[in-house]
Design a protein around this ligand. Structure first.
Ligand code: PLP
Length: 393
């Protein structure tokens, strides 16, 4: 009997090492890792620059606590601020913690303005924000909430993309709107630009803080540093994690001065947050992502990937009435392939053929490769995908 709390059902495969886009299994096989630890290993495995920076830091200093100044903290915060809408950044250790920080920030902002009753946050169906009590209460998804009731009070939910529903539910108690600009776990569904613009307007008119959860879609995945740039809509608060640490646990809550104004010394904290190793890793990741041409390559490779997938959908199997691929969606290297059939089974099949992907809701196979991939890597994956689809016919 395993001593591990059985909250995950794992497949029977273990990896011994990774290099770039490849993972090497204990079954002696080589896998193309287009799951990237669920959008985490943004620079692939064992990236030389990250390895070098981490190794150097490990031998010097791991942790000092937030009682002291921390090397790399000001640098990482100012780099994120300089390259985004944000003025202030809080670092923590996971995505859910970054969302928690943003939710607390929303309440504190209105509290400090004397509006204690303005605490409710509007969220959207199909969302995922983490596994803490507040984040499961926010997402209101049966699968993650069931058995953990009562949910925390203060969240009102409407369908994703339904601006009228948002307008109808907004009240003088609405404090914030929390949304993934591209639903991740929900099946790689980008919001409409007009919808996000509409949310921005509602927020501006009613002193409501707009909070984008970019834990999955941020950090270069869309071909911009954060996804909001693609939509041309700036949030007041943004949660980041996953790709920010390339596998080392780090989360960040970014905010403009207005949203951050309620947060003062003692109002929030984290023992591990800001630790010197995490700061070093975050800076190393940014060194690469902010290099000239890096994000352009993500966009270009992503466009190529999506067009190749659409070719499989449209050209290769016209005789298929519905087609095995129903829809290809997403942007940059955040791609969802909606298939006819069970995406979990198809993900297993692809894995057996040496291609790692992740299942999502709505029968979607998620393709979240490291951001360093080339068109040649895409071609290699397309061959495997075609092969697997061929067998499904
Ligand atoms: C993964 C994810 C989270 C949760 O991050 P953790 O690090 O697992 O806490 C929250 N929001 C979104 C959009 C995510 O994809």
């Amino acid at each position: 009997m395993s001593a591990v709390l059985p909250v995950y059902s794992r497949c029977d495969l273990q990896f011994e090492r990774g290099e770039g886009i490849y993972l090497y299994g204990d079954d002696g096989k080589k896998y193309i890792d287009f799951a990237a630890g669920i959008a985490v290993n943004s620079l692939g495995h064992a990236h030389p620059h990250v390895v070098e920076e981490m190794t150097d830091q490990i031998s010097k200093l791991l942790h000092v606590s937030n009682l002291y100044k921390i090397d790399g903290l000001e640098k990482l915060a100012s780099r994120l601020a300089d390259n985004t809408f944000a003025d202030k950044i809080f670092f923590c250790n996971s995505g859910a913690e970054a969302v928690e920080c943003g939710l607390k920030m929303i309440r504190k902002y209105h509290f400090e303005k004397g509006n204690e009753n303005k605490y409710r946050v509007i969220t959207f169906e199909g969302s995922f924000h983490g596994r803490t009590m507040a984040t499961i209460s926010a997402a209101k998804k049966d699968k993650v909430m069931r058995g953990f009731e009562p949910a925390l009070d203060g969240f009102d939910q409407v369908p994703f993309g339904d601006l009228e529903a948002v307008k109808n539910i907004v009240s003088d108690r609405t404090a914030g709107i929390l949304i993934e600009p591209i639903l991740g776990e929900g099946g790689i569904l980008p919001a409409e630009k007009e919808f996000l613009q509409g949310l921005r307007k509602i927020c501006d008119e009613n002193d409501i803080l707009l909070f984008f959860d970019e834990i999955q879609c941020g950090m270069g995945r869309t071909g911009t540093l954060y996804a909001y740039e693609v939509f041309g809509v700036e949030p007041d608060i943004l949660s980041s994690a996953k790709g920010l640490g390339n596998g080392f646990p780090i989360g960040a809550c970014l905010a403009n001065d207005k949203a951050a104004s309620g947060m003062t010394a003692g109002s929030h904290g984290s023992t591990y947050g800001n630790n010197p190793l995490a700061m070093r890793v975050g800076n190393a990741v940014l060194d690469i992502i902010l290099e000239d041409g890096f994000l352009e390559n993500v966009k270009e490779t992503g466009d190529y990937f999506i067009s190749e997938l659409n070719k499989i959908k449209d050209d290769t199997y016209p005789q298929n009435e519905v087609g095995f691929i129903e829809e290809v969606r997403g942007m940059g290297l955040m791609i969802g392939v909606k298939i006819k059939g069970d995406s979990r089974e198809f993900v297993s099949k692809l894995r057996e053929k040496g291609l790692l992907t992740v299942a999502a809701a709505d029968n979607v196979v998620r393709i979240l490769p490291p951001l360093i991939i080339t068109k040649k890597d895409v071609d290699e994956a397309i061959v495997i995908l075609k092969n697997a689809i061929e067998e499904e016919r």
